[in-house]
Design a protein around this ligand. Sequence first.
Ligand code: TXA
Ligand code: MG
Length: 347
Amino acid sequence: MNTKVYYVDEHSDEKIKEAAEVIKKGGLVVFPTETVYGLGANALSEEACRKIFEAKGRPQDNPLIVHVADFDISEYTEYISENAKKIMENFWPGPITIVLKKSTKIPMLVTANLDSVAIRMPSNKVARKLIEYAGVPIAAPSANISGRPSPTTIEHTIDDLMGKVDMIIGGDKCEFGLESTVVEVLDEKVTILRPGAITKDMLEEIGLKVDIDPTILKKPDENLKPKSPGMKYRHYAPKAEMTIVTGRIERAVDYINMKIDEMKSKGKLVGVLATDETKDLYKGGYIISVGSRKKLGLIAANLFDTLREFDKIDVDYIYAEGFEEDGLGLAIMNRMKKAASYNVINL
Ligand code: TXA
Ligand code: MG
């Protein structure tokens, strides 16, 4: 397939309209959002959405998020609870996806046969114009090959999907860099199924009582089925095996330095996911700082790009410093643990 690539911003109306035409005709368009790039198709067309699964190599039991540009989502849902409305009013447009009871208008393929549907209104203006011009909601998973780190730049999507989609539009690096928070609000009960930039604390600040799906916090086992099907897959994974080292930072640095030496003697290169505070303390290895520990937002925004850079350098092993699992740290560590297949050493 011949993939058109357009560098656009929110004022590139003609190009965005051309992309919207592709969506209307049942094609695939990669587009930017504030979280990660999405791989979009007309959410009301089963045939169009089937192409998403093929292009990504995505398992059919993993449902898609439906992106909208209008607050009136009554056509796509059976019921919108008061708490769901509260979340929409406070955080839409923005990086939070709400799981609601679905209407028959949404094809079963989109929701992987679940009777709920995940809906989100992105704040990115190119994304919203694309949805408006298409005149239909757009189903979009992250625009990466299944299993790889989510794409936070247009280059990442070109690396993964060139030749597999009709069009790629975008240019800007994604503001948040981690996928949206997914929150289930079928009735008035609010449960976070995937942590993201809208944190538990932020939801509690608007007066909600919030549960966290237990599968987020630990390695999924056979008996505990995550409510968000996508959470069970190895994900965000760089090619090299990865270990996260948590606990006192001085100890983590010493341990990783020991590993760098040990691997070097075997002719192997260690990639280190470090921070501004520690990057100069490592002796050898391929060091990348994801940012300052004082700015978790920037660490979130850099994480997936860093994992992809380790792939490009072709390191043999990755050691990563850990972060506190509260606030945005919960989402960061959730993605890192998946990338590391839950390989965590606590010192
Ligand atoms: O930030 C984002 O959410 C990005 C951008 C493109 O909007 N999209 C994204 O999509 O991350 P994807 O497909 O990579 O992740 C969707 C997640 C999966 O974990 C999936 O299982 C969950 O949402 N999900 C979708 N529909 C669901 C439903 N009805 N019930 C529970 N979880 C659902
Ligand atoms: Mg994804």
